[in-house]
Write a protein that binds this ligand. Sequence first.
Ligand SMILES: [Cu+2]
Length: 130
Amino acid sequence: MQFRTAIAGFLALLVAALLLASAKLANDMAPPAAPATPAAVSAPAADPAKTANVITISNFTFAPNNLSAPAGTTVTWTNNDDTIHRVMITDLKVKSNALDTGDSFSYKFDKPGTYKYFCTMHPVMTGSWL
Ligand SMILES: [Cu+2]
């Protein structure tokens, strides 16, 4: 009888060992934890305000007042104020007509460069085109 008890004990240990081993195997086979999701990487979108070719005059301000667009771009200023404004591109000595509410003035910048402009009626209103 002692021999059978020893066998039973051995078998019990064997079963326990097999259970442990299979548990560890199952654990090893579990899919690895998903890596932390990286922050969405997106190319910085071009700032539409800076690439637009339309400049709004509103509240005695050019918006955007620092515009960038490729050479050959026609830029249009539109006056949304109740006041008359007059755009002058300083270095080019190009001057718009008096722009009443809703009036627009367009100018095609043929050469790349930095151009400053201002309102001849309100010289504190300035902007530039790059
Ligand atoms: Cu003005």
